[in-house]
Design a protein around this ligand. Structure first.
Ligand code: UDP
Length: 243
């Protein structure tokens, strides 16, 4: 198994199909998976928050490169990654797998109306998977009753659309109680699944312009997106430092 280090985060070098197979093979072997889909924003956040970096390092079983920035960074460092594996695409693959195998999925995150609409879409498109439970994302991580409810539902998959770092902290808090479950932080994926936010057209995704599409749709993201040039600058510095 090959890991690729990008500014301290260890990425698994699989394409989407391989990544999905890793998860389902692990499940079939009785092993759960804590999946982190890390974009440049998460990598930079981890650099600035050692506790978060430590959590990913110690607790995540699989880390995917969620963003072309990470793929670019890995190439600049001389350790290329096969491809971008987005949380959204991985989530769709896991939903198909759950549907084919009648698995139990817990949907936690986003605003109540978004969560409802996302779950309704899932029930329509994946009628054979079992909705183990749902909860909106606006709860306090200290609220043990929410955590207990997820554990009590005994899901095979937990999709946590809480944004980082909340989703990773949430998964870490229940990981010990659901050792066989597949758990993944999926950021804004319920917004897309529900139709609240549209994903860029495929040609834009293929041209690696999804970030631009999101910026035009949600200009308020500009501040957050400025992390990308900063990320690439730090990658460049680290390439230079090694020479
Ligand atoms: N969210 C949540 N609880 C919170 C904060 C955020 O459920 O306390 C949700 C929010 O409604 C959105 C998602 O988390 O659906 C985060 O979306 P964002 O676009 O920030 O994630 P990205 O995909 O960019 O990581």
């Amino acid at each position: 198994m090959s890991k690729v280090d990008v500014l301290g985060v260890q990425f698994d070098n699989y394409d989407l199909a391989e990544f999905t197979k890793q998860v389902t093979d692990r499940y079939d072997a009785g092993q759960g998976s804590f999946i982190v889909t890390a974009n440049p924003e998460i990598v930079m956040y981890a650099r600035e928050h050692p506790d978060y970096a430590k959590l990913i390092h110690a607790r995540a079983d699989l880390v995917s490169a969620d963003g072309i920035g990470v793929v670019k960074g890995a190439a600049m460092l001389g350790t290329p990654l096969k491809e971008r594996v987005t949380g959204y695409d991985l989530m769709l693959n896991l939903l198909s797998w759950a549907n084919a195998n009648k698995r139990r999925v817990y949907f936690i995150g986003a605003k109540q109306a978004v969560n409802d609409a996302a779950v309704a879409r899932v029930q329509r498109d994946y009628p054979d998977l079992v909705v183990a439970g749902t909860h909106d994302g606006y709860f306090d991580l200290k609220d043990q009753s929410v955590l207990d409810a997820v554990v009590a539902a005994q899901p095979d998959i937990v999709l946590a659309a809480l944004g980082f770092p909340k989703q990773e902290n949430f998964i870490a808090a229940i990981q010990g109680e659901l050792p066989n479950a597949v758990m993944m932080g999926v950021g804004g994926s319920f917004d897309v699944l529900s139709g609240t936010v549209k994903r860029a057209p495929v040609w834009m995704q293929n041209a690696h312009l999804e970030w631009f599409y999101r910026l035009v749709k949600e200009p308020s993201r500009l501040g957050r997106m400025m992390v990308l040039p900063r990320f690439l600058m730090v990658v460049r510095q680290s390439v230079k430092a090694r020479k």
